[in-house]
Unconditional design. Structure first.
Length: 311
């Protein structure tokens, strides 16, 4: 286990309102990395308390990736600070998708390291990173289409005794108790995201924007330390995109969630992200606020072609 149940909060959803029920973004935030009770949650990850300063949740170090004769990422280093909404942008072919997939565990780098929350997680698979607190959403939402929105959320937590047949026979009270807790948490998440009107709707019938909101809700069910957002604006109309952006802002400012965002919608990047990291030709070429990026004529002309307009 990653922390002592005596010292870490066991239930985020305990106050009167949906917002107050969600006030502790990470059950590990209070615990210093040099605490004797802190240890990696995935076997095989070495404790890395000396690898990264405590304010960095993601630290990419000198990462390279080649596909045949093509170098997609070239000795790239960047970091994501805890509590930030960090954007990653660049022209097509810049290597940002490859780098994003390396961080997410979908691609193994040829060189370099990915440090997550003080631990070297280079080469770990997405399901292993999930256990450490790193979650990813996708450009196309992946929902259980024949289950309701509420049921989709209830499927996320892994520690559910009711999933095991023996508990249904020999420990039915434990299974029912945990299911009640999970259902309550899922209802609180639905209230926070204002999805109450579709909670009993089959997820396959939801709009693209509602499915993206449901994906955000799934990250809240397991108290993610960092959420990787992949093209969150894709396939979402303007009204729901505003709702989606507002919820990301609330998760960040009210609950302390950290986001790493790859996105082509510059208006959304300008609204959500600070800092913004720019990649080109497989390398990081700039980092700063969107205003600073936009004010650099060399970056704008060389990598965007036309001035970047931020709403």
């Amino acid at each position: 286990m990653a922390f002592s149940p005596k010292n870490a909060p066991q239930e985020r959803f305990c106050a009167k309102s949906a917002v107050s029920k969600l006030t502790h973004a990470s059950p590990y935030a209070h615990m210093p990395q040099n605490s004797p009770e802190y240890e990696p949650r995935v076997n095989g990850i070495r404790n890395g308390t000396d690898l990264v300063s405590s304010d960095l949740v993601i630290d990419v170090r000198n990462v390279s990736k080649r596909f045949g004769g093509l170098t997609a990422v070239n000795n790239c280093s960047l970091s994501v600070r805890r509590g930030s909404v960090t954007g990653l942008i660049g022209p097509n072919g810049a290597g940002k998708s490859t780098l994003f997939n390396i961080v997410a565990g979908n691609i193994v780098p040829d060189e370099g390291a990915v440090i997550f929350d003080g631990n070297d997680v280079t080469g770990l698979k997405p399901h292993q990173l999930f256990r450490t607190g790193m979650l990813r959403t996708f450009q196309i939402a992946h929902e259980f289409s024949n289950m309701t929105a509420l049921e989709n959320l209830m499927m996320v937590p892994g520690d559910q005794p009711g999933e095991y047949l023996g508990n249904a026979w020999f420990r039915p009270g434990l299974a029912r108790s945990r299911e009640t807790e999970v259902r309550k948490k899922a209802l609180d998440v639905i209230d926070f995201l204002k999805l109450g009107h579709v909670r009993n709707e089959l997820a396959g019938n939801l709009s693209g924007g509602q499915k993206k909101l449901l994906e955000l809700g799934r990250t809240m069910m397991v108290d993610a330390k960092v959420v990787l957002l992949d093209e969150v604006a894709a396939g979402v109309n303007k009204t729901l995109l505003n709702d989606l952006a507002s919820n990301i802002e609330r998760m960040n400012t009210e609950l302390g969630y950290t986001f790493f965002v790859i996105e082509h919608d510059m208006d959304l990047i300008g609204r959500l992200c600070d800092p913004v990291i720019v990649m080109a030709q497989g390398e990081k070429i700039a980092e700063g606020s969107m205003e600073e990026i936009r004010a650099n004529p060399q970056i704008v002309e060389a990598y965007f072609g036309t001035p970047v307009e931020v709403a």
